[in-house]
Ligand binder design. Structure first.
Ligand SMILES: *Cc1c(COP(=O)(O)O)cnc(C)c1O
Length: 402
């Protein structure tokens, strides 16, 4: 979360004063229609026909998989660097995640996606990590060629874009998160988006416990089935509608800071920024540096005034640290663990800590520095000076013996 204030409080007060916190209600009785309004506003912002508000980003991923009918017998390609939820949601739906490499962008490597294609792959989940857009052109081309679906995990990229289109609107479905670590926040929250009417209806049914008794049920063209309960509250949506008004300001500030850092350090000794699939669409969540060696990355990250971290050691964000998945401990009941399901026999279930050395090497040679919307120009200048000094120091370090 970057910004929150009295504006959110005022909107929450209206919901409480009306005494209508459930997402459905009659406007004639004072119901504020916050969820319904946010869904329309979010769909418009992202540039899709439909958006549905859910309780979390994980919920939005579950809805995405359910909408696409993914389950036992199916493989879904996920990147080696993402929050564990991207892979965990595939497992919770009974399917098997096949983990692919990232490239120097730290995002899904389209070449490895192509290599990992197979007869059981039903979907690909590109994940736009730390506000950085994936190579969607190549991913969509591969998906079309192999006739598989694309679920964009845009949980860390609320409002980001790729070649002029918002992330989440490019694949068949998209998932967003509004938990407290994300660009917009209502504490917890998420959204599912799609342009497809059928997927929209399936999500609506899955995320609203069958939806069969809702007022809109009469408009559904497919038969309701039993699902989960992932509805969002009016309180959360009231917060999100204000958060949405802050989005462009947050992005403009983060992007301005990132652009200044990259411009002023262009060509500086020891400094190299990771490549981007679309720097204009990048949200500016982090400044991202790449080094030749792991040692240089470690030294740079901890140098005075840098405040960096290496994505390669982020617990739960790199496949090699997804303990429960490595040990195949999934779900609450052994018969619901997809690794035990006979339907998944023959799928690619092996996950070992060292199976993707290229990913581990890249992620350990990369340093991220979180950027903040409230940094003053002086603060940014101080950071730039610290990066420059640290860059000089690491470039002077002799190459380690190999
Ligand atoms: C945060 C996050 C999620 C899950 O979102 P929640 O709202 O915490 O459920 C999924 N994928 C990625 C990449 C995330 O960063």
């Amino acid at each position: 979360m970057y910004r929150v204030g009295k504006e959110e409080l005022a909107e929450v007060k209206k919901v409480i004063d009306a005494g209508k916190m459930f997402m459905f209600g009659d406007p004639a009785s004072g119901h504020q229609q916050e969820v319904a309004r946010f869904e329309r506003e979010w769909a418009e912002k992202i540039g899709v026909k439909h958006a549905l508000c859910v309780t979390s980003g994980t919920g939005a991923l579950l809805c995405s998989l359910a909408a696409l009918g993914i389950g036992p017998g199916d493989e879904v390609i996920v990147p080696s660097y993402t929050f564990m939820a991207s892979a965990a949601s595939v497992l919770m739906m009974g399917a098997i995640p096949v983990i692919c490499d990232v490239d120097e962008t730290c995002l899904m490597d389209p070449e490895d996606v192509e290599r990992k294609m197979g007869p059981n792959v039903k979907a690909i989940i590109p994940v736009h990590m730390v506000g950085m857009p994936c190579d969607m052109d190549r991913i969509m081309t591969i998906a079309e060629k192999h006739d598989v679906k694309v679920i964009e995990d845009s949980c860390q990229c609320d409002g980001g874009s790729y070649k002029g289109k918002r992330t989440g609107s490019i694949g068949h479905v998209g998932a967003f998160s509004f938990n407290d670590y994300k660009i917009l926040s209502s504490g917890e929250g998420g959204a599912f988006v799609t342009n497809d009417e059928n997927l929209y209806q399936r999500e609506m049914i899955f995320g609203d416990s069958g939806a069969s008794f809702r007022a809109y049920a009469k408009d559904l063209t497919i038969a309701p089935f039993v699902g989960m309960q992932l509805r969002q509250t009016e309180v959360h949506a009231a917060i999100l509608r204000i958060q949405l008004t802050r989005l462009e300001g947050i992005l403009a500030d983060l992007r301005r800071i990132k652009a200044r850092i990259m411009k002023e350090l262009d060509g500086a000794p020891g400094i190299r920024f990771i490549p981007s699939n679309d720097i204009e669409g990048d949200c500016g969540v982090v400044a991202a540096f790449s080094f030749d060696t792991v040692e240089q990355a470690i030294d740079f990250a901890k140098a005075e005034g840098v405040g960096g971290y290496r994505p390669g050691v982020m617990e739960k964000h790199v496949y090699s640290m997804w303990g429960p998945i490595l040990e195949k401990r999934v779900g609450h009941h052994p018969d619901m663990n997809p690794y035990n399901n006979p339907k998944n026999r023959g799928l690619r279930m092996d996950v070992t800590r060292d199976m993707l050395p290229k990913s581990l090497d890249i992620l350990k040679r990369t340093v991220f520095v979180n950027l903040h919307t409230d940094w003053t120009d002086e603060e940014v200048a101080k950071r730039i000076a610290a990066f420059a000094k640290a860059g000089e120091q690491v470039s002077a370090t002799p190459e380690p013996m190999r």
